[in-house]
Design a protein around this ligand. Structure first.
Ligand SMILES: *Cc1c(COP(=O)(O)O)cnc(C)c1O
Length: 478
């Protein structure tokens, strides 16, 4: 176990030393004027520079990251964060800009955000975007506020939001939080939204259908045009959960499928850092008829000058301080500009190819509730191993012993012993082959030596954690 910096501390140790009484060319420089020096100890640990560097390097190695190995967490797009993004975001004009700087001194960053809005609109087929929201979940909540504002403006009191049973948990939560009643519709045997069941719940109280396409099973909702028509026929809106936009990049647009609004997860589709609770970005795009409800401020351009427009009388109001996670927005912009239109297309295609390639290998050892073809991710079931006393969780933990990250397990909820795998477009064929080979090896162990899986992981810095306690009994201080 790595000690804390306070435990490693030795009184009087320093990370630097400056000469004291030297004269002549060796004379020391008074770095901080005497009057600003504190008189008492500051209570921080005392260490050498090398000790500090080693401490943080050790810590970084206790963690799993996309920079260390394959990370196929489904419905999450744990994809590589290109270093070019970091270079752009650290340019001083972006890194040191202050949100309270007046617009005429912030033209560079404002023009980037203005252009990012245009790019995301083009990619998704929407007319306007709000870049403020800081997660997919917050984007959904904002979307639901816009739905409410829209029907208020029409003088209609609609109370229901329809969500398929394969949806991410944030969908019903967001709708509920915005005051709607959630109506769940089942998936059919092929994993798509059950269109007969959907028709049955349509009524004049329905405000919106929230849909993920491809859905969380990795399947494209082929009936989307008809679904959109049915929703619009009863005057309801169609919300696109864009967490799974990856495979459609440059190939298809939610706006063309009939969606009225979308959120995009920049930390999924657009390669910005992900995990550890943020910082994320979940911009929300809308068609023109909903634009007046977007949060303020919106970025506009007049006579060649960019400015923040606070004057939107029908706006749902602000959803985030300043203009969201701007450093993340710079990274996403860089990624999109670096790829270009053709690059985006190839990205979508590679995401689909990688998922189907890995599926074709894993379908031999797992149960396949849905035959595919898949988009960017797929779901298999570990049910065949339950008779050996092995569950999806055991397989997931065993993968860690070999330095590979497990897939998402037990989601979506509608598949028993679900394992949901999203390789992403950034992985090589060799990595996918290695993962498939490892799965075959673990599947063999599950039959011949199940206790190995029950005990896993044994090679990680900590063993099997009590995940409920870890989430509910946080000890954030030493
Ligand atoms: C990740 C995800 C969300 C939520 O996005 P966050 O950025 O994690 O809040 C919503 N829907 C789906 C399908 C997702 O995969």
């Amino acid at each position: 176990m790595e000690k804390t910096l306070f435990e490693l501390s030795k009184e009087g140790r320093r990370a630097y030393s400056l000469p004291g009484e030297d004269t002549g060319p060796f004379q020391s420089i008074q770095v901080i004027p005497q009057e600003f020096l504190r008189e008492s100890e500051n209570g921080l640990p005392s260490l050498s520079e090398l000790e500090v560097v080693r401490h943080y390097t050790h810590l970084s190695r206790l963690n799993f990251s996309i920079d260390s190995n394959f990370y196929p967490l489904g419905s999450c797009s744990m994809k590589y964060n290109p270093k070019m993004n970091e270079v752009a975001a650290s340019l001083s004009g972006f890194a040191k800009v202050h949100p309270l700087q007046p617009a005429h001194l912030s033209q560079g960053i404002l023009s980037l955000l203005y252009e990012l809005e245009k790019l995301l609109s083009e990619i998704s087929g929407m007319d306007r975007f709000c870049l403020q929201s800081c997660a997919g979940a917050q984007g959904e909540f904002l979307g639901m506020l816009i739905v409410r504002a829209y029907f208020d403006s029409l003088g209609q009191k609609r109370t229901q939001v329809i969500v398929p049973d394969s949806a991410h948990g944030t969908n019903p939560s967001s709708a509920h939080l915005a005051g709607f009643t959630v109506v769940s519709v089942p998936s059919d045997a092929k994993g798509h939204i059950d269109s007969e069941a959907l028709e049955k719940v349509l009524n004049p109280d329905v405000a919106c259908l929230m849909l993920t396409n491809p859905n969380t099973l990795g399947l494209f909702e082929r009936d989307i045009l008809r679904v959109a028509k049915d929703m619009h026929k009863i005057g309801a809106l169609l919300y696109y959960d864009g967490a799974n936009l990856n495979p459609l990049l440059g190939l298809a647009r939610p706006g063309d499928m009939g969606f009225d609004m979308v959120h995009l997860n920049l930390h999924k589709t657009f390669s910005t850092p992900h995990g550890g609770g943020g910082p994320g970005a979940g911009p929300v795009g809308v068609k023109a008829h909903l634009a007046k409800f977007l949060p303020t401020p919106v970025i506009e351009k007049k006579e060649g000058e960019y400015f923040l427009n606070e004057n939107l009388p029908d706006s749902v109001g602000r959803v985030r301080s300043f203009y969201g996670n701007v450093g993340i927005l710079v990274r996403a912009y860089t990624y999109i500009k670096a790829l270009g239109k053709e690059g985006l297309e190839k990205t979508g295609q590679a995401a689909v190819l990688n998922a189907n390639y890995l599926f074709s290998k894993l379908k031999k050892i797992f149960e396949t509730p849905f035959p595919g073809p898949f988009m960017h991710e797929f779901v298999v079931s570990a049910k065949p191993y339950v008779k050996h006393g092995v569950r999806a969780l055991d397989i997931a933990k065993r993968l860690l012993d070999f330095g590979m990250h497990p897939p998402t397990v037990y989601f979506p909820l509608i598949v028993e012993e679900a394992m949901m795998i999203e390789p992403t477009e950034t992985e090589t064929r060799e990595t996918l082959d290695a993962y498939a080979d490892l799965m075959v090896q673990i599947a063999r162990e599950a039959q011949n030596a199940p206790e190995k899986l029950h005990q896993a992981p044994t090679e990680t810095p900590v063993r099997r954690l009590d995940e409920v306690a870890a989430a509910k009994e946080l000890r954030l201080v030493w």
